[in-house]
Design a protein around this ligand. Structure first.
Ligand code: FES
Ligand code: FES
Length: 171
């Protein structure tokens, strides 16, 4: 955490947010995680609380372009950052799902769905950085996302199909 920081300014899904650091009511304690802040303060519950040890990826969000386990990040360390959660992928006006989210829904690339927000956010971060990844690169990017329902095969098929579809549209 930056020394002498008294408030945290960040954008979450494009909306500016400001938090006061401290132990008082309504303040963000220096030890509060980003997962706690987005779920409990902002009501953005797509990122799931599961292991809380950085092992499952269910809480994955994008911070400044990178997929991160929000249970392992202190909110106080996000001062000046841009945070995107699964909710932020939807059209802000209509609420319509993004093409990537639709691909997961259309192909049933999940079972219980608990891990799915984290998987979609890891995929989104990868595709933003590398729109044409190989299957190996995709698999590596999702290696921190654990699915207890073993939906991985369908996820990989869905995302590779989505990438090919995007390429076909651009051709
Ligand atoms: S809840 Fe954050 S990695 Fe598992
Ligand atoms: S779909 Fe159930 S944990 Fe992944």
């Amino acid at each position: 955490m930056k020394e002498h920081l008294e408030q945290i300014c960040m954008t979450v899904n494009g909306v500016p947010r400001k938090f006061v650091i401290g132990d008082g009511v309504g303040c963000v304690s220096p030890s509060e995680t980003l997962l706690d802040t987005i779920r409990d303060r902002l009501g953005l519950t797509a990122a799931k609380r599961s292991c809380e040890h950085g092992a499952c990826g269910c809480c994955t969000v994008i911070v400044d372009g990178d997929a991160v386990a929000s249970c392992m990040v202190l909110t106080a360390d996000c001062d000046g950052s841009s945070v995107t959660t699964l909710e932020g992928l939807c059209d802000p006006v209509t609420g319509e799902l993004s093409p990537l989210q639709k691909a997961f829904a259309d192909n049933s690339a999940f079972q219980c769905g608990f891990c799915t927000p984290g998987i979609i956010m890891s995929t989104k971060a990868l595709l933003d950085q590398n729109p044409n990844p190989t299957e190996k690169e995709l698999t590596e990017a999702l290696s921190g996302n654990y699915c207890r329902c073993i939906s991985h095969y369908q996820v990989i098929r869905t995302v590779m199909g989505f990438i090919n579809e995007m390429k076909r549209k651009e051709a």
